[in-house]
Structure formats: C-alpha cells, structure tokens
Design a protein around this ligand. Sequence first.
Ligand code: HEM
Length: 335
Amino acid sequence: MNDRAWLLQVSALVGASLVVLAFGILVTLPHPVVGIPEPSVVVRTGIPLLRWIANVCAIGAVGSVLVLVLLGEAGRDRAPALARRTSTAAVWTAAVWTVAALLGLWFNAAEISLRQLRLPVGGVLGYGGNVSLGLALLISAGSAGALTAYSVARLRRPSLPPDVGFLIALSGLTAVSMSGHPSQGEPPLLLMTASALHVTGAALWVGGLAITSLIIGADRQALAVVLPRFSRVAEVSFALVGVSGLLLAATRLTGDVTPPLGDVVDALRQTGAGWLVMGKLACMVLLGCSGAYIRSAVVDRVARQQPTPLAAWAGLELAVMAVAVSLATALGRPL
Ligand code: HEM
C-alpha cells in the first residue's frame, strides 16, 4: 500500500468512527437535572471525544506491542525497518493516549466544577484523588506515560523485550472502563473482571489487526510469520469479547447479570443503550463471518507467501471494528 492509499484508509476509518460516536452520544444523552447547571458545550463534547481518542490510541499501542511480540526476535532482526516502524507506532499511540487521559481528567473534573475549565490544578488533582473515574484516569495516564517511555527506550535498544509493554499497558487499558458501570453493578467483582477481559480482548484483536494490515502488510515474508500467529490470538479474543460483552450488556441494560429474556428484548428495543448494544451485536456477527472466511481462505495462502485479497478484507474488518469502538465509547459513558 502506498503512502497516499494508507493515509486515505486511516482517514476513512477515523471519519466513520467519529460519525458513529456522534450518533452514539446523541442516543444516550442524559436528561438535564433541574437545579444543576449544565456544563459548557466544550466540556460536554470534549469528554466523550477524549475518551474515544484514549480508547483508539490504547488499542493502537497494545496492537503495536502484540505485533512486535508476534514477529519474534528472528522476525524483528530480519526486518528491522518494519520492526522500527511498529515500535514508532507504539511510541506515538502511547504518547497521544497519555495526553488524552490527562485532558480527560481535566475535563471530567471541570464537568462538576462551577469554574468549569478554569478550575485550578489542585482541583483537578483533588478529582483524581477522590473520584473513582479520576483515579482511573490518573492510572491510565501513568501507565500510558510509562509505556511511551519504555517504547522510546526500545527504539534506542531494540534488544529490550517488547512483551514487557503488555504488563505496563494493562492497568491503564482496563482502569477507566472498570471504574464505570461495572464497578456499580452487581456483583461488582464479576463485572469488573468481565470489563477488564472485554477491553483487553478488544485491544489485542482490533489493535493487532490494524497494525498487521497497515504496517506488516507491506512485507510478504513478515506477514507470513505474523498473520497465522495473529489468527490464533484473534480467535481467543473473539470468544473473550463476545462472552464478556453479553454479560456487560445484560447488566448495563437491565441491572441484572441473568435477566429474563423478555426484559432484555424490551431494553434492546426501547432504550438508547439497547440500540448501541444491537449495533455491537451486528458488528460481532459481521466480524465472525469475515474472520471465518479469512481463516479458511486467506491465512494459509499468506503463510505460503501467495497473493491474497487480505488488504480488502482487513480494511472491511477494521471499518466494522471502528464502528464497534465508537459504540463502546458511547456505552461506557457514565449515565
Ligand atoms: C468488535 C467487537 C467489540 C469491540 C471492539 C468492543 C470494545 C469495547 C470497548 C473498548 C469498551 C470500553 C469502552 C469504554 O469504557 O470507554 C467496551 C464496552 C462495552 N461493550 Fe464492547 N466491544 C465489542 C463487542 C461487544 C459486544 C458483542 C457486546 C454485547 C453484546 C459489547 C458490550 C459492551 C458493553 C455493554 C460495554 C460497556 C460496559 C459499561 O457499561 O461500561 N461489546 N467494548
């Protein structure tokens, strides 16, 4: 893929994802509470937008780390330019994730402050120390910042093991979504575990596919190493995301982990969150079908370094995943 086509594909994915995010926010907009002043438009639109940026960059950073691990030491030595490009992607995505988490902390603190965005640094830090979402955003920013530093160090010393990046990213990846609805539902421990597994599975799956197709796809030999390995990760992630997603959705829609089917159907049809969950279910069905096709018809040919329509299929899957991530960001909002 040449640079222009690459840029075009990334812009199309970002554009489609933002349109769906705007829709998701509109259908889950909370009703104003009488007596409580409304936050400014900048704060109200900034909060979900920053959460979306943090989600997308966290996914990209985890995907870069995964692909470096899948390449293996031999693969990284054989294709140093490709490994360097993937490591650079890890640096940039982790750096933007750090900034988005810190700005998210500021905007969320401003939302409940009468001074709005003019609140002092002490007020922002106080929000981080006293409110669970604030603490989660601080953890997220800290972990993303540490991953940025480690990824910069890896660029200088490529012999450093890339898998350490997973350990550094894990707390930041899961903290914010665990601190929301899952921590307030019943039983919280089960729901928080489901949330952590859901987000981790989604990041490995979506981020891994994005980096494999956008960066590794340029080198047939490297792709022959990475794609068959990634395909196994994608299978496990699909199951993890699906099962944990159903558990989270049932509780999010009805407040019950094992609700009667009728209650679920009513909530799916009658609430904004229900529409978003239906959108995610549709994404899972599409991804299940395309994933099955890629596994049966494309992976073996890629492993033998034969020409395949992988770029087109991966582009399609990424578009569906971009929609799912935007729906997720709207669903995760505190309502
Ligand atoms: C391509 C597939 C999927 C991806 C990439 C994905 C990704 C995500 C991410 C990143 C979050 C966290 C958002 C945040 O906290 O900002 C999330 C939350 C959520 N996901 Fe998924 N998801 C997928 C499929 C599903 C499916 C199939 C369901 C259910 C049928 C589901 C239900 C949920 C729910 C209910 C939440 C919000 C939990 C809460 O209340 O905080 N997801 N998803």
